[in-house]
Design a protein around this ligand. Structure first.
Ligand SMILES: Nc1ncnc2c1ncn2[C@@H]1O[C@H](COP(=O)(O)OP(=O)(O)O)[C@@H](O)[C@H]1O
Ligand SMILES: [Mg+2]
Length: 287
């Protein structure tokens, strides 16, 4: 989800658990440094070279996924390091900071945007051979359309607020919404977020269609996929708007809060903007 949320907690100390340890203090404890930037997970902290995040029933499946990605050579995801003594999930700390909101210019040049498209392709190819553990539980908040069980385990939030970069090291974080999905459903969301396809005059770009093309080319979409992606862009954004609207109506957090903060209105306007220009996206993607 979009950035701008600070957990606002002071750093505090607690006994270390033997993982990481670069920030071990003289007293032999590891400092917990709150990590701001996410909009959904509360209590994300850095401890040494690790990140601790709230775990849930989906965590074993997510860690199996991350372990698979590393086993087959996909390194642009955090390493899964189990649970800590408080039952939190432990992940390798990805060096750097998220591209959104302060460093979005990093993915401005087409060559850098293309790297995003290639990374997504590499992830999708790497995950294609993944067999989820028996009884795997996932937390997919927006089920993919048309796909039933899903053709791949998708990330579902491939966006600048979940891309951490540090020089040449680029990592996608925030995998706990991963689950059954499709290549195009994942990519449609990434195109919306990375171009970006935005109705906001401050973010709207005259080269939006060309940037969508850069992502499609870098990913290596075939002709049939391009025809399907163009109309899917508005439906993918609309699905997010619908999630926030339903959360608002039913009082389901954190969607109700995000709606109140204005995200629902933003996603509504973006969805209309994208839908009105479907032909423009189609032309750019296919010509
Ligand atoms: N593995 C990681 N490496 C480095 N920083 C991370 C990692 N996981 C999370 N963070 C930091 O914590 C913030 C919130 O984490 P994230 O997993 O994106 O939660 P949310 O579900 O709230 O979006 C991120 O914006 C990032 O700054
Ligand atoms: Mg996030």
């Amino acid at each position: 989800m979009r950035a701008r949320f600070s957990h606002g907690k002071p750093a505090f100390h607690q006994p270390g658990c033997g993982i990481g340890g670069r920030s071990a203090t003289l007293a032999g404890v590891l400092e917990e440094i709150p990590l701001a930037g996410g909009n959904v997970s509360v209590g994300v902290v850095r401890v040494g070279d690790t990140v601790r995040r709230p775990a849930g029933p989906w965590t074993p499946a997510v860690h199996a996924l991350l372990a698979h990605l590393h086993a087959v050579g996909f390194r642009a995801a955090p390493r899964p390091l189990g649970l800590d003594e408080q039952g939190r999930e432990v992940l390798g700390f990805a060096p750097g900071t998220t591209v959104w909101p302060d460093r979005f210019a990093e993915v401005g040049p087409p060559a850098r945007l293309a790297r995003v498209g290639r990374m997504i392709r590499e992830f999708h190819d790497a995950v294609a051979g993944f067999t989820p553990p028996p009884g795997a539980v996932w937390r997919v908040v927006i089920p993919p359309e048309d796909d039933g069980g899903g053709e791949i385990i998708a990330h579902h939030d491939l966006a600048p607020w979940n891309l951490v970069t540090d020089g040449d090291t680029w990592t996608f974080i925030d995998w706990d919404g991963a689950g059954p999905g499709s290549r195009l459903w994942d990519l449609a969301y990434a195109v919306k977020a990375f171009v970006p396809l935005s109705a906001d005059p401050a973010r709207r770009r005259t080269d939006a269609a060309a940037r969508a093309r850069v992502l499609a080319d870098a990913y290596g979409l075939d002709e049939e996929q391009r025809l399907r992606l163009a109309p899917m862009l508005a439906r993918r954004a609309g699905a997010m708007r619908d999630l926030l609207a339903a959360g608002h109506t039913n009082g389901v957090q954190p969607w109700a809060r995000l709606w109140d903060e204005g995200h629902g209105e933003t996603w509504s306007q973006d969805t209309e903007y994208i839908a009105r220009r479907e032909q423009e996206w189609l032309t750019a993607l296919t010509n």
